[in-house]
Design a protein around this ligand. Structure first.
Ligand code: HEM
Length: 378
């Protein structure tokens, strides 16, 4: 049997720290999109002509929009630095070639992500912002994956043959949840990057209907109602904070289009499907691995997170898109996606380890002299 790899716990901790920093970065980026201030700093890679690391504090601290956008750039640079250190550390200490490659891949991705963010500003292109948002979550998955494969658990895990088969059979259900959460991310990101506020703001009905009409007259009516609600919120002092900056982003001056309504309705249906799949996963893991198994408990945690995510989505609507609630929904969405992806990696690892034991036993058996094999086969 090959000797287990000597793994540095510090490398694993560093990867975990990088993942946490990435999640914080996704949160700040989410806030930039929620507030629609992606263009608050119009130049890149400089900030108002300054090298971005030496911008005078009074140019960005406490300045609505600029603070969020500039902080996003600074935290992104920090995550880029962490990723570079992680890649170098892996390159010089990691014996597994594929893990070293993951480190290089993460570094390439973080650089590409920075350039994408910059182009979104210089090209004034919200579609690039959408891709930037989706790639951010793929990057988080990659960093979480590196943290997992450098953990002690990855090397120590020992799974019997029967459990290995169970893990193998659970993979399809986990892949389905990963895919649906990703589709939800794409639908949600497309809604957000339209910068058109909320297309529907009531729940469980939508504009008072089970499935809202999207003909021109109805959509014009929704736009009027939204304007009226916006004026009402303004009159009640619920739209702006004490400094006069917006805290709710129900409407942004851009009109609702019929396809914005379709997007949100599909996102709602996607939420129902995701919840159903998460429940199915809990049932499957409990049946196959038993209630007490840690993986089953993880599937319960996932279900709770998806429920929480649906709750945050509903709250986003009912709060008329309060900036903190909408951004919380983005962050929890990223956590759901990363967690589900980690569950998939864990299941794959367990199935592989169980299979490896079997493969090794088979090879040892085949290497035995014929007489011994015949004796064992009896
Ligand atoms: C349960 C599964 C759900 C998942 C995984 C999910 C995921 C997401 C994600 C990741 C985003 C942000 C995308 C980005 O900008 O990067 C988003 C946006 C959004 N979600 Fe969900 N969501 C779920 C359920 C819901 C529900 C039930 C509702 C409401 C009924 C909802 C309403 C919204 C809205 C309105 C946005 C756009 C918010 C904005 O413009 O800031 N979501 N969703």
């Amino acid at each position: 049997m090959p000797a287990p790899l000597q793994q540095s716990p510090w490398l694993h901790r560093f990867a975990m720290f990088t993942a946490l920093a990435t999640l914080i970065l996704i949160g700040i980026g989410g806030l930039v999109t929620t507030k629609g201030v992606g263009m608050a700093v119009p130049d890149w890679p400089n900030t108002f002509g300054y090298n971005m690391f030496v911008v005078p504090f009074d140019r960005w601290i406490g300045q609505f929009g600029i603070f969020e956008e500039h902080s996003h750039r600074l935290v992104a640079s920090f995550v880029g630095l962490l990723t570079m250190i992680l890649a170098i550390w892996l390159w010089f200490s990691e014996p597994r070639k594929w893990v070293r490659r993951l480190g290089v891949g993460a570094f390439v991705l973080v650089v590409a992500q920075g350039v994408l963010g910059g182009l979104r500003v210089t090209e004034i292109n919200p579609n690039l912002g959408l891709i930037h948002g989706a790639v951010a979550q793929l990057f988080l998955i990659l960093i979480c994956g590196i943290a997992l494969v450098t953990s002690g658990w990855w090397h120590r895990v020992n799974v019997g043959r029967e459990q290995g088969v169970c893990f193998g059979r659970l993979q399809g259900a986990i892949i389905a949840v990963v895919c649906l959460v990703f589709v939800q991310l794409l639908l949600g990101a497309t809604m957000r990057h339209q910068h058109a506020g909320l297309a529907i703001w009531d729940f469980p009905l939508a504009h008072g209907q089970v499935w809202p009409a999207t003909d021109a007259t109805s959509v014009a009516q929704y736009n009027e109602s939204r304007q009226a609600l916006q004026r009402e919120l303004h009159a009640e002092n619920r739209l702006l904070d004490k400094a006069g900056n917006p805290v709710k982003f129900l409407a942004t001056g851009k009109e609702i289009q019929p396809w914005h309504i379709w997007l949100q309705m599909l996102h709602r249906l996607g939420a129902v499907a995701t919840l159903a799949l998460a429940i199915a996963l809990v049932v499957k893991t409990s049946r196959r691995l038993g209630q007490a198994h840690r993986f089953t408990r993880a599937s319960y945690v996932l279900l709770a997170m998806i429920l929480g995510q649906a709750g945050m989505g509903i709250w986003t609507l009912l709060s008329n898109k309060a900036a903190d609630v909408a951004t919380g929904h983005v962050v929890l969405g990223a956590v759901c996606l990363a967690f589900t992806s980690l569950m998939l990696m864990v299941a794959k690892r367990c199935a592989f380890v169980a299979g490896a034991e079997e493969r090794l036993a088979k090879r040892e058996f085949n290497e035995l002299p014929n007489a011994d094999r015949a004796a064992l086969a009896v």
